[in-house]
Write a protein that binds this ligand. Structure first.
Ligand SMILES: Nc1nc2c(c(=O)[nH]1)N[C@H]1C(S)=C(S)[C@@H](COP(=O)(O)OP(=O)(O)OC[C@H]3O[C@@H](n4cnc5c(=O)[nH]c(N)nc54)[C@H](O)[C@@H]3O)O[C@H]1N2
Ligand SMILES: Nc1nc2c(c(=O)[nH]1)N[C@H]1C(S)=C(S)[C@@H](COP(=O)(O)OP(=O)(O)OC[C@H]3O[C@@H](n4cnc5c(=O)[nH]c(N)nc54)[C@H](O)[C@@H]3O)O[C@H]1N2
Ligand code: SF4
Ligand SMILES: [Mo]
Length: 685
């Protein structure tokens, strides 16, 4: 007779959500007889409050997925065919090490690591992996694909990636949700905004798309993509014209006010409105709210910095709180990223000192071009080997037609550490099975709150999976790197990650620890800039030959009467995917149904496109087939291609990045995913 297992066999393990999401939730994983059966939010951790998003509630399903890669694989068909045969770890590591050694003997810079934020963990991210590539002397990767334009904008204005404490949004009277679909991508912030709303706060959403968040705010300003700096300058003009300034705060704690004032005076509401595709009244009303309601808070997010002028736009918006003295209040100011508050010991983890000399830097956002580039004096050696971990570049990097051509090169050695056969893994020579967050140790900072989280392994690695750190330790060993730092285990790395200012005992006991930070960090200036002030004018930028003041830089691709492509396309994330992660989890894919393009009824009608029709979206870079969703979520002139589907699950084996360009932003060398013109036609037209 079957008996249920004794309850002692069930344990709960404390962990952290590894995903690239500002919320960094605390997890509780229920393990029964060695199997993870449920992943829940930890109710004791105040930010998580016991709630996870739909995606990560399915993390056990993802971990136990029948298609997990659980043994090393070697390519047995043509590149990209997805044909592989299983091999042993010994053979895989031996062959990879031998090939890397041969390339390194010619020039180690021909080897390139390619990684991003598949896990945000500091151990399974850039610790042993970074040590390995530093010791090898490989090319450095400029990790720009997500946030570096905004990051540079913040750094050149506030001094670092710092801002309000997220919990204080609950006390705000006015919240501008600027370039963020919080309901979909920052759920735990949204909870705080709801709390403020219940206490009478006004919520304003600034987004070209009528997002799920816009639906729930009091006001929605559907500006054109890439016009945020114009809106910010228009607001400044109104603040000046109406005397809604905190002159005392400006005088004491800012730099460059006379210059910024002069620039803002060139932006009357009418001019800003015309550029933004709004009415002058909308600009005036927003300025009145911002100038008269206190405390006023801005939740800025990365959606608005994926355009040519993204860095300047971030700078312009980041100037606003100082103008009205919003930083004086805990519930006022701005938050884009909190990651600069954490004392992460990057050098201890990554050991840049292992590198014997300077190295060239390859920008991950132009991997399409760079894989196709021949050796030259400027570029250095052709890229001969690519080691990919924590990323799916074939799906997520811009202009993917070129990325695919690069990955298809027969003379390129490609090694991919993965959980699944992604579009990128399909192009590998070797696929190495990696552990998931339930199977390894890690430690996490956050970019949306200010707690450190520790992740304990809940279960043993499935199949033959090994953690990233283990795989790089083994490769280091095979290449004869015998420095003691390659023997350091994951728990020691967790301990070293934040140094003594974060109490590791607290982390071991409760799974999270709060950084000790003031409630209103910039109430009396003390910005982490060189001047200690909020820098409206940046001397550093001026010295680099840039404009020292923020300005509106129009998109590189703007439709006019003679354009071949008339629609501006943005491609923000679908709510039930995390970038390209989870696209292969059926229950989540079912919620998104299929790749769609939102198009306004007028734009659809003029192109004879009906709701649900298959359409071809195209420009000079490529074409992408998906289903039309005729909806006023897209304003006229705008289409929205929700991302990021796996190419092989799309209608013609492509995804939205077939259309995006490799052009870079003004600051931070970041991609311009949302600065992209397209045309659309009914498929077969
Ligand atoms: N569910 C889910 N959550 C996620 C992600 C995901 O893929 N899915 N991705 C994660 C990652 S990697 C990141 S970087 C974060 C941040 O994620 P963000 O990049 O901030 O993404 P969203 O919150 O969708 O907000 C982007 C919003 O900006 C709008 N937008 C586009 N162009 C412009 C513009 O020019 N101006 C303005 N004002 N708005 C614009 C889009 O319509 C969209 O609603 O979210 C993380 N969270
Ligand atoms: N068109 C368009 N393109 C975009 C964006 C957009 O808004 N529009 N957003 C951009 C942004 S913001 C970002 S951040 C990038 C995201 O780009 P990526 O960082 O590449 O993110 P994912 O697509 O989620 O791919 C992460 C991969 O890492 C794997 N992974 C997770 N954990 C581990 C681990 O522990 N070990 C190993 N070896 N692998 C692991 C996952 O299985 C997954 O396949 O995409 C960018 N691309
Ligand atoms: S993806 Fe974000 S909201 Fe979802 S569990 Fe992870 S941290 Fe929390
Ligand atoms: Mo991102």
């Amino acid at each position: 007779m079957p008996t249920s297992p004794p309850s002692t066999l069930e344990v709960t393990v404390r962990g952290a959500c590894p995903h690239d999401c500002p919320d960094t939730c605390a997890l509780l994983t229920t393990v029964r007889e060695g199997r993870a059966v449920q992943v829940q939010g930890n109710p004791e951790h105040s930010h998580t409050a016991g709630v996870l998003c739909t995606k990560v509630s399915r993390y056990a399903e993802r971990t136990d997925h029948p298609e997990r890669v659980l043994q090393p694989l070697k390519r047995s068909g043509p590149k990209g065919s997805g044909q592989f045969e299983p091999i042993s770890w010994d053979q895989a590591l031996g062959e990879i090490a031998a090939r890397l050694q041969t390339i390194a003997a010619r020039d180690p810079q021909a080897i390139l690591p390619y990684s991003y934020a598949g896990t945000m963990g500091l151990v399974q991210g850039e610790s042993i992996a970074a040590r390995f590539f530093n010791r090898l002397g490989a090319s450095l990767l400029d990790r720009t694909i997500c946030a570096s334009a905004g990051a540079q904008g913040l750094i050149h204005t506030l001094g670092d990636k710092v801002g309000m404490k997220v919990e204080h949004f609950a006390q705000s009277q006015l919240i501008l949700i600027w370039g963020s679909n919080s309901v979909g991508s920052n759920l735990h912030f949204w909870r705080l905004a709801q709390q403020a709303k219940r206490q009478g706060a006004k919520l304003v959403c600034i987004d070209p798309r009528r997002s799920e968040t816009a639906d729930k705010c009091h006001t929605h300003l559907a500006l054109l993509p890439g016009t945020d700096a114009a809106l910010a300058l228009g607001l400044m003009h109104e603040l000046i014209a109406n005397g809604w300034l905190d002159q005392d705060y400006i005088d004491r704690y800012t730099l460059g006010w006379p210059e910024l004032r002069e620039r803002a005076l060139q932006w009357p509401a009418e001019r800003a409105a015309q550029v933004c595709g709004l009415s002058a009244q909308q600009v005036r009303d927003l300025a009145r709210d911002y100038g008269t309601m206190s405390p006023a808070a801005i939740r800025l997010n990365y959606g608005m910095q994926r355009v040519r002028g993204g860095g300047n736009a971030t700078r312009a918006v980041a100037c606003l709180p100082a103008l009205v003295g919003a930083w004086r209040h805990p519930g006022g100011g701005l938050l884009m990223s909190s990651s600069g508050h954490f004392p992460v010991q990057h050098a201890a983890l990554q050991r840049p000192d292992l590198r014997s000399g300077p190295s060239r830097v390859i920008n991950m956002s132009t991997i399409g071009d760079d894989l196709l580039r021949p050796a030259s004096a400027d570029f250095g050696p052709r890229i001969e080997a690519l080691i990919v971990y924590n990323s799916n570049p074939v799906a997520v990097a811009p202009e993917s037609g070129k990325v695919v051509r690069g990955f298809a090169r027969d003379d390129l050695l490609t090694v991919v550490l993965e959980h699944f056969m992604t579009d990128t893994a399909d192009h590998a020579d070797y696929v190495l099975p990696a552990t998931t967050q339930l199977e390894h140790w890690d430690i996490h900072a956050s970019y949306g709150h200010t707690d450190v989280l520790l992740n304990r392994p809940a279960i043993a690695p499935l199949g033959q999976a090994r953690s990233n750190s283990d795989i790089f330790r083994q490769l280091a060993h095979r290449l004869g790197f015998d420095e003691p730092c390659f023997a350091e285990d994951d728990l020691s790395l967790c301990r070293a990650a934040f140094g003594p200012s974060v109490d590791f005992q607290t982390l071991l006991e409760q799974g999270y620890a709060r950084l000790q930070l003031p409630d209103a960090p910039f109430a009396q200036g003390q910005f982490p800039t060189a001047s200690g002030k909020c820098e409206f004018f940046s001397q550093r930028l001026a010295e680099q030959g840039q404009d020292g003041l923020p300005d509106h830089l129009p998109n590189a691709e703007i439709a006019n009467a003679s354009s071949r492509y008339r629609l501006a396309m943005i491609s923000p994330p679908a709510r039930n995917f995390l970038n390209s992660t989870f696209v292969n989890v059926k229950s989540l894919r079912d919620l998104e149904s299929e790749p769609v393009l939102e198009i306004h009824p007028e734009d659809a009608a003029s192109r004879q496109i009906v709701d649900g029709a298959t359409v071809r979206v195209y420009n000079d870079r490529g074409s992408y087939h998906c289903k039309a969703r005729v909806s006023d979520r897209a304003r006229p002139g705008l289409v929205v291609g929700l991302g990021i589907w796996w190419r092989k699950m799309g209608l013609n084996g492509t995804n939205v990045n077939e259309l995006t360009s490799q052009r870079l932003t003004d600051l931070g060398r970041a991609p311009t995913f949302y600065d992209c013109l397209v045309e659309v036609e009914a498929d077969g037209a």
